[in-house]
Design a protein around this ligand. Sequence first.
Ligand SMILES: *Cc1c(COP(=O)(O)O)cnc(C)c1O
Length: 358
Amino acid sequence: MENAKLRIDLGAIYKNATRVLKETDGGLIAVVKNNAYNFGLERAVETFYKAGVRVFATTSLKECIKMRDLYEDITIISLNPAKEFDLLRKYRISTAIANLDFVKNNLEDMKGISWQLEWAGSMRRSGCRSKEEMSEILSLARDNNIDIEGVWTHFSWADEFDQDKTYEREREIWLDALAAAKRVHKFKFIHAQNSASFARDGLLEDHSHVRLGIYLYGCLPYRECPKKIDHAISLSARVLSIIHLDPGQSIGYCSSFVAKEPTDLAVINMGYGDGLLRSRIRGHDLEINKRRYPLVSLMMSHSVAIIDEAVTLGDEVYFYGHDIPVHEYTFKGVASNSEQISVLNHMSLDVDYIEIDG
Ligand SMILES: *Cc1c(COP(=O)(O)O)cnc(C)c1O
């Protein structure tokens, strides 16, 4: 039987990137952290580059170096602060500034590197916590010949729509801090928005770039998102066997499913070892021959669905695909888009890339 399969549609991520580049007049930073959301760093970067993207961001220095080895003429941003100064210089990695203490303690080492001043906002992973801290860093940088080419933040509420409008409030606080910083320094890169924020607001005024991940990878960031998108993965397997259960009979470890009535089941060669989340199974469905069937059990390399007579041995079974998109299960509460994608196991699945056509 054919192996379970992950198809990655490079044409789709190409189209998504092209669309954003157009809407932002070239102002797209592609976020490629965690192996490009598990799409494969090299193939994803190559595809975005072909679409015209020239600025990339990730959280890992290893990925920054890999990208520099691929392309000389791109800007690479490390979203995490780093103290590997020689390496940052050698690979020309523009790096987040942690805070004022970091600058005070590393004035000499910071020379010859480009920096991205971070506003902590309500994320508070790192970055400046007040306008005073920002302006002190900017004046230290000016006096010591340190190149701050960017300023940025990451909204912690952009994907949520709460009563208190927390996103709108954190956005206002950032815009106020940004305005103060802009009065004393000229930035080449001003970027704050992830996919959800971009979908809500478009490119914010005075910002040079949006900084997108999940939208490029083909998932809608929230339920009512009005954006057009090309879904970019499909995850499929095959019907290995068809089992009939009489009432009271069970299947799986510890009788994980017990038939209440005569039931036909398909055993499918895909399990949690391939990266399917348990929450994706429970109470959810899959697609065979364009019809949906309920999933009832999950094992390491198998899953089980209730079927009808339309399903036959060897049929292709979709857990994700064009008509069964990842974000459908995000909105149903399974897990975030990136959680569902990043666990897919490239070692056990056959990974096929669909090339950009034409
Ligand atoms: C992951 C990440 C993004 C992209 O977020 P999406 O919601 O996937 O668009 C942007 N900025 C930072 C700092 C991130 O860590």
